[in-house]
Design a binder for this molecule. Structure first.
Ligand SMILES: [Zn+2]
Length: 84
């Protein structure tokens, strides 16, 4: 099993979909920009433009140490959705 398939199995368990949409997220307190990534939260009470991570949010929330890297990874991961 390659890394993509292995990750999709994990994501299926945590997000109920193998290929969740990703967002940038505030995974560290006190940063001006979201420096992490997380799957888009399906909770209807979680506003889509709220970049915080709450107990309602699916795992994994991943700290990337840079909002630019986080934004780039979100683009990559979302572009990969639907790819074989
Ligand atoms: Zn949430």
């Amino acid at each position: 099993m390659n890394a993509r398939d292995a990750a999709r199995k994990l994501l299926l368990a945590t997000t109920s979909t193998e290929q969740p949409e990703w967002r940038t997220a505030f995974t560290t307190d006190g940063t001006d920009e979201p420096t992490g990534i997380a799957p888009v939260c399906p909770d209807e009470d979680h506003e889509p433009d709220d970049g915080s991570v709450y107990p309602c949010c699916p795992e994994p929330a991943i700290e990337c140490d840079s909002h630019k890297v986080a934004a780039y990874l979100v683009e990559l991961l979302n572009a990969d959705r639907g790819a074989a």
